[in-house]
Ligand binder design. Structure first.
Ligand code: PGA
Length: 264
């Protein structure tokens, strides 16, 4: 499976000009890199998506959010629908990021609607899961993830999606590792990814629709630690926040994954 390295720009940078410069810089670095075993995506602010997708780039553009209420149009002030996001040029969307769960109270029912809406408009979904520090400390990581993944179980049970293999990515992001500089050990991440894959592969219909799920690690990934995560077979790439805001560190992470995966 080809690796994915995805940059989540969150509410950065402050201006469209700076977003264009960041994408230009990333493209320039990309030209001199050999990333045959790695696919790249950046996920800018929604307001920048349509301008950035006009730039000449081999990097996929994703969106950070879509409306749970309607896949197309409707009276939902402040929302952007999956259809609008797709029309603006995004091909993927993040769903279930811990910042959305934490600050906007997004629960499993909301996330399920978002996943359904995304798929109905041919957007791929990067579905994020992860435990808090308290849950990690009390050894509830696996049970929390199992419960968060029921959104995927419901999707497989209720939809007739023929193939999700190219349209569903899972991102494991421990909440306590996001933006903190703290990371779990590679062994912990590898074991957690194995758990996530086993849970999903145990769902009815998963084998036919998905095969082996693509599972990325996210949370304080940087140029210095990427290679160690990339070496784990069950880690299929990275979801990168802070280190994606510099072209050189983002591409260094991608290079670490491309090297590790082309050797495996
Ligand atoms: P971080 O963010 O790399 O800055 O920890 C990751 C994320 O939130 O996706």
């Amino acid at each position: 499976m080809q690796a994915w390295v995805i940059g989540n720009w969150k509410q950065n940078p402050a201006t469209l000009q700076a977003a264009k410069t960041l994408l230009d810089d990333t493209n320039t670095e990309l030209k001199s890199a050999d990333l045959a075993a790695c696919r790249l995506m950046v996920v800018p602010s929604l307001v920048h998506v349509s301008s950035l997708q006009q730039q000449e780039t081999a990097i996929a553009i994703g969106a950070q959010d879509i409306s749970a209420h309607s896949a197309e149009t409707g009276a939902f002030t402040g929302d952007c629908s999956a259809a609008q996001v797709r029309d603006a040029g995004a091909t993927w969307v993040l769903v279930g990021h811990s910042e959305r769960r934490q600050y906007y109270g997004e629960d499993e029912a909301t996330l399920y609607q978002k996943v359904k809406n995304a798929l109905s408009q041919q957007l791929g979904v990067i579905f994020c899961v992860g435990e808090t520090k308290e849950q990690y400390d009390s050894e509830q990581t696996f049970s929390v993830l199992t419960s968060q993944l029921t959104v995927i179980e419901q999707l497989l049970a209720e939809s007739n999606e023929e193939s999700l293999a190219e349209r569903l990515i899972i991102a494991y992001e421990p909440v306590w590792a996001i933006g903190t500089g703290k990371v779990p050990t590679v062994e912990e991440v590898a074991a957690t990814h194995t758990h996530i894959k086993a849970v999903i592969q145990g769902y009815a219909g998963a084998e036919a629709a998905l095969g082996e799920p693509c599972v990325l690690y996210g949370g304080s990934v940087n140029a210095a630690n990427a290679a160690q995560f990339a070496q784990a077979d069950s880690v299929n790439g990275a979801l990168v926040g802070g280190a994606a805001l510099q072209a050189d560190s983002f591409l260094a992470i991608a290079a670490a994954f491309s090297t590790a995966k082309s050797n495996s």
